[in-house]
Structures are given as structure tokens and as C-alpha cells.
Design a protein around this ligand. Structure first.
Ligand SMILES: O=P(O)(O)OC[C@H]1O[C@](O)(COP(=O)(O)O)[C@@H](O)[C@@H]1O
Ligand SMILES: [Mn+2]
Length: 651
């Protein structure tokens, strides 16, 4: 009965035997196409330009196609010239014009080359998919140019005619831009973002804007992303963390200009409360001693003001949720205000700052009424920001805590583990959960923060988002504690240390990794864990490939402050029909540099796993779905033929 009802629904879409049969043939042919290219990026941290560049060059995939097409028939610099045109068509066109190179012969050669690249990149897809990706205005022309026309005898003359006409009628520039965009679009079939889009960099909102328009995408939430989700849901400790980091990194413009969130309440409060306090511990990264202008002086006061608010709010939250197991992060009450010390784990340390005009040491976690008013106003701005709403909606729609895709398990941080390699049980509201079940339950709670109709559930969900940001048991955070307090107030650097979850040692053990695959229902030899979160120390010879290739860590390392530590600008990963290709990137210089020199961000292929045979769509998750569709369509045809269902011929 169920089945018949299902087939009846399907018959609305395929009302006749012919229409169902056509679709079967279409699907069958897709199964035999090479699998589309997946692109993996992670830890973007607001570095918009570097991110946008990697999207444009497909982590080297565009250049690879150019190489495939032209091989030795073009010089390296000609290929680079073409590549940079494809990445930045408008800018490059202008550059070529300024150089006086843009004559009709340049246009003709360029258009031919673009057509050749486009032919190759579209050959992996069905005509219908390519057509859908094409720009409306040039759809017909591009189709004429990139599809093989067997019936035309003098092909050269035919194509020449079209190309000449494009140039003659003055459409060449527009056409070049559209073709370049189409190539970029077709080179990458699907994008995976393994978390941490937000914080530290200047352009998280620009990154989110471009993801809003990306053709095919999934996101695994990073600890910094859930922090922003929490902030939008009105979780005040999350809000304080974001504002503090924005001040620390001198990036208030993301909040103020990107999201229109006014800092005025914090400015006024900080100016008054910390008027004569130099707030020396609250420096602004990237600004130095000599730059003590009024703006910096003010920013430092704001930085201190929001940090104290954060520690108070977090202290309250931890007390409310003993199940978070984070009591060791309640440190304000461990301050001895008279002695100017703080006691952590039984050891007393001198405090680097002893001026706390807003802390009542009898009631250290209580906000003053002014602090309350500041955080309430900030909260109001976050919660009501329309742009933030659209960005968080994207995280909710395309994002999740983990994803299994084509035998790869993607998540940002870790699977919490015990020393003996067993999965660590975490107590969530009285229930002990670990591994996949822990992930699933945490994700349900994260979503409740936005979608539950029960106010209490919403609040619990909101708080969970903060826990996910920095809890020792959070699979997104994966470190024993976040030592923010210690880094501001204690000189002894041994207190700043954050110890990584055992996972980050045990992921070298194949037995452990195979068990992880098992609980996530992943079978097969070619399975991988792909995660981000921890920068790889390239200069120290650390490899992003762990466990004989079963685990790949691609902390993109886009974040500028980490370049010194890692020695590179991070890793990205490509998974195409030939296998996996891991790329190490040098820091991105500028768009201008790319256009002038034709040089790409230096990329080095650091590891490749070549598949024994070309991977087809039929071998992928999508292939599995397609085969199921084919089976359903065959059942539908059977139902038409044996008289169970009636065809609905329109004539
Ligand atoms: O140097 P910052 O920006 O204050 O950040 C340090 C904090 O960020 C973290 O590294 C978390 O951010 P990541 O997820 O990017 O690693 C914490 O472990 C650490 O306490
Ligand atoms: Mn992270």
C-alpha cells in the first residue's frame, strides 16, 4: 500500500512509460560519468581574500585543467596568464587593456583558449547540468561553442564565425567574464567547509556572503561558528567572547560595518569605568607600543570591559551547568584582591592586573547594572541583525556537527576519547553518551536553540552552543580548557597551556580509526577522517596526513597570525575522479600581484592518493541514490504495464 502511494506520487513527475524511461536512461548515463570534484577547506577565520582566491583557483584544479588541455603547446607564462584571467576576469581584462595588448588577435586567441578549457571542464557533466550552470545571456552561444558538432563539416569556419561575431558586436569582455565564471563553477562540483569560518580575520561576513551564493555546499560547524550561532540566539557569554576577540584582533569592523552592531554602549561604559586605567594587559594585536593613539587607548579599555563581563557571564553559566564539568574555569572567585593573586589548582600566582572596579568580591560573578545594560544592548543588536540572521540560517541549513560523504567522515574537532582508546562518555543531562551518539544529541540541542517552541529548551540549546565553543568535553573544541583568563592575568606561561584531547594522539592508531569509521557506519578501505581545528606545524616537518593516510588534517591555516607558527598558509584538499590531492599553500599575496605576475598563490601538492581506477558517479553516495531512483522508476514502469497505475498522457 505504502509502495503504491509512493509510486502514485512519482507518477505525477513521470506520468508516462516514456517519460519514466527517458529519466532512467538519463540517470543511467550519469552513473557512468566521472565523479565531480569535491573541494575541502577549513579554518578560514575571516581571511576573505585568501579564501576567495582558493575558491577561484579551485586549489590548483583550474591550473590542472589548463595543463590537461594545453600541455606543452603553451609556455608556462601563457598558461599562467590564462589562469589568472579565469580567476579574476574583469581585473585581468583591464590590466591587459592598460598594457595595450587587448587587440582582436588577443581576444580571438583568448576566447579559443577559454572555449577549450570549458569543453574539458564540462565534459564530466550531463548537458542538462552544464546548461543550468550557464549564464542566461550567453547560454545558447556557449552551448554552440562547447558541444561537438558532428554535422558541421568545416568546424573551424563555423567556430571562427561565432567568435568573430562576439568580438565585432562588442560582447567579448562580457563573454570572457561569463566563460571564466562558468569554468570556475564547473571545476568544483561541491565544496565542504570543515569549520571555523568566523573570528580573527577582517572578513568573516564576506566569506559568509560568498557561501550564500555558492552552488553546492556543506559546512561542518567549527567551535568559532557555534560561538556566532550562540550569539545570534542571544547567548550573552557567546556575545562577549565575540566582542572580546574582535577587539583583540582589531577587527571591530566585522561587527560594526559588516553586521551594523553598534559598539557605542560598550564605548561609553568603558570610557567611564576604566577612565584612568591603562588596561595594559588588554593590548590590541597588530598595534604596537608606539601607536598609542586615542583609538587604541579606547579599544584597550573596551577590551578589558568586555573581558570582565565575559568572565562573569561564563562563571554564572558554569555554575548553572555542573554537567559541563568546567568548574575549573570559574576563576574570578579564586582571586585574592588584597594580595593581588589568584589560586589555580592549589598554586598561587601574582595577578598582572589588580584593578577591578566592577567586581564585588563578595559576589564576584554578578554584573553591575551598567554591565548588564551593555550586554543587553549588544544582545539586542545581535539578535535583531538581519544580515547575521541570513548567515546563521545558512549555517543551520547547510551545516551540521559532522557529515559522512563518499566514505569520508568530516568534522571540525575530534571524537572525545580516553587514554585506552575507548570513546569518552559525556554526561548530557543524566545520559552518558559518546562517539556518534554524542554528536547527534549535541546537534539536536544546538538546533533546539533556534527551533524549539519551548523557551526552556531554547535556553538549554543556547547554552550548549557556548559549551560546544570551549568545553573540555566538546568534540568541537577538543582541549582540556580554554586558558583565556590565564593569558590575560598570569605571567607564568605554563598556565597558558591547553592540552589537546587524546584523540589527537590516538588518531595515528589504525585500530582506533577503524572503530571510529565503524560507529559512523563507514565501510571500505578508502575511508578517511577529514578534520580541521589544529594547525599543522609544516616547518617542523609535521605532516597533515596521519594514520597511514586514513586521517587528513586540513586546518586551512588561512589565519594570518598562525602563518608564523605553521610556516605556510595551510592546506586544502581536492577529491576528484582520480583520487585525493592535498595541497599546501603559501600565503596569498594580493589580487593585484596575481594579475600582474600571472603567478598563483604558490601551491605544492603534498600528498596524493591515486585511485586504482577512475572513480565514477556510480561509485559515490550520489550514485547510490541514483540507483535507488532508477529502481523506483523501473517499479513505476512495471505498475503502468501491469495495470496498477494509469498513465496520464497529455495530448
Ligand atoms: O590567540 P587567540 O585568538 O586568543 O585564541 C586562542 C584561543 O583560541 C583557541 O585556539 C580556539 O580557537 P581555534 O578553534 O581556532 O583553535 C583556543 O584554544 C585558545 O584559547
Ligand atoms: Mn577550531
Amino acid at each position: 500500500m505504502e509502495k503504491i502511494r509512493f509510486l502514485e506520487c512519482l507518477s505525477k513527475q513521470y506520468p508516462t512509460i516514456d517519460s519514466a524511461a527517458t529519466e532512467i536512461i538519463n540517470l543511467q548515463s550519469i552513473l557512468n560519468l566521472p565523479k565531480g570534484t569535491e573541494h575541502f577547506l577549513s579554518d578560514i577565520h575571516g581571511e576573505y581574500k585568501a579564501f576567495a582566491h582558493v575558491l577561484r583557483n579551485g586549489s590548483g584544479a583550474v591550473m590542472k585543467k589548463i595543463d590537461d588541455v594545453f600541455g606543452d603547446t603553451l609556455f608556462e607564462d601563457q598558461k599562467e596568464d590564462l589562469a589568472s584571467l579565469i580567476y579574476y576576469p574583469s581585473e585581468k581584462l583591464q590590466y591587459v587593456k592598460n598594457q595595450g595588448r587587448a587587440d582582436s588577435s588577443w581576444y580571438r586567441t583568448t576566447l579559443y583558449r577559454l572555449v577549450s578549457v570549458c569543453q574539458i571542464v564540462s565534459s564530466k557533466y550531463t548537458r542538462s547540468k552544464v546548461r543550468k550552470a550557464m549564464p542566461e545571456n550567453f547560454r545558447y552561444v556557449i552551448e554552440e561553442l562547447i558541444t561537438e558538432k558532428k554535422e558541421v563539416l568545416n568546424k573551424k569556419a563555423y567556430y571562427d564565425e561565432i567568435i568573430n561575431t562576439i568580438i565585432e558586436i562588442g560582447c567579448a569582455d562580457e563573454f570572457i567574464v561569463e566563460m571564466s565564471n562558468l569554468i570556475q563553477r564547473l571545476v568544483i562540483d561541491h565544496l565542504h567547509i570543515i569549520g571555523d569560518i568566523y573570528d580573527r580575520g577582517y572578513g568573516s561576513h564576506f566569506v559568509m556572503d560568498s557561501l550564500l551564493n555558492y552552488h553546492s555546499l556543506d559546512i561542518q560547524w567549527g567551535n568559532h561558528d557555534v560561538l556566532w550561532m550562540g550569539a545570534f540566539a542571544g547567548q550573552t557569554a557567546c556575545i562577549a567572547n565575540i566582542v572580546r576577540t574582535s577587539l583583540l584582533y582589531d577587527n571591530l569592523s566585522v561587527l560594526e560595518n559588516g553586521y551594523g552592531i553598534s559598539m557605542m554602549p560598550l564605548v561609553l561604559f568603558a570610557m567611564e569605568t576604566y577612565a584612568d586605567d591603562p588596561c595594559a594587559q588588554f593590548t590590541i594585536r597588530s598595534r604596537h607600543g608606539s601607536e598609542m593613539d586615542t583609538q587604541t587607548v579606547l579599544a584597550m579599555k573596551m577590551h578589558k570591559a568586555i573581558t570582565i563581563i565575559q568572565f562573569k557571564l561564563e562563571g554564572q553559566l558554569i555554575a548553572k551547568h555542573p554537567e559541563y564539568n568546567m568548574d575549573n574555569r570559574r576563576l574570578i572567585d579564586k582571586i585574592d584582591a588584597d594580595k593581588g593573586t589568584v589560586t589555580i589548582d592549589g598554586k598561587e600566582y601574582p595577578m598582572l592586573d589588580r584593578y577591578f572596579p566592577t567586581i564585588d568580591f563578595d559576589n564576584p560573578y554578578e554584573l553591575t547594572s551598567e554591565e548588564q545594560s551593555v550586554i543587553a544592548k549588544l544582545s539586542n543588536s545581535f539578535v535583531n541583525c538581519a544580515k547575521l540572521k541570513s548567515h546563521i540560517n545558512l549555517l543551520l541549513q547547510k551545516g551540521s556537527l559532522y557529515k559522512v560523504c563518499n566514505n569520508n567522515l568530516l568534522f571540525h574537532g575530534c571524537i572525545p576519547m580516553n587514554e585506552d582508546g575507548s570513546f569518552r562518555n559525556i554526561n548530557l543531562f543524566g545520559e552518558e553518551l559518546c562517539g556518534k551518539e554524542l554528536y547527534d544529541e549535541l546537534e539536536r540541542w544546538a538546533r533546539k536553540a533556534f527551533f524549539s517552541v519551548n523557551e526552556e529548551e531554547k535556553r538549554v540549546g543556547r547554552d550548549i552552543l557556548w559549551f560546544l565553543w570551549n568545553g573540555a568535553d566538546s568534540p568541537l573544541y577538543g582541549r582540556d580548557k580554554m586558558t583565556t583568563f590565564e593569558r590575560y592575568f598570569i605571567a607564568d606561561e605554563s598556565t597558558h597551556k591547553e592540552i589537546k584531547d587524546v584523540y589527537y594522539r590516538l588518531f595515528n592508531d589504525e585500530e582506533v580509526v577503524d572503530r571510529i569509521f565503524k560507529i559512523f557506519g563507514i565501510k571500505g578501505d578508502n575511508a578517511h577522517i577529514i578534520n580541521g581545528h589544529v594547525p599543522i606545524h609544516h616547518t617542523e616537518g609535521e605532516s597533515p596526513v596521519k594514520c597511514n593516510g586514513k586521517v587528513i588534517i586540513i586546518d586551512g591555516g588561512f589565519s594570518q597570525p598562525y602563518h608564523k607558527v605553521t610556516g605556510i598558509a595551510g592546506y586544502t584538499l581536492i577529491y576528484n575522479s582520480y583520487g585525493l590531492m592535498l595541497t599546501a599553500h603559501e600565503p596569498f599575496k594580493s589580487v593585484d600581484y596575481t594579475i600582474r605576475s600571472g603567478r598563483d598563490m604558490q601551491t605544492n601538492q603534498v600528498a596524493t592518493e591515486v585511485s586504482q581506477k577512475r572513480i565514477l558517479v556510480g561509485d559515490t553516495d550520489n550514485g547510490k541514490k541514483i540507483r535507488e531512483n532508477i529502481k523506483d522508476l523501473k517499479d513505476l514502469i512495471k505498475a503502468y504495464r501491469n495495470g496498477t497505475l494509469r498513465q496520464n498522457q497529455k495530448n
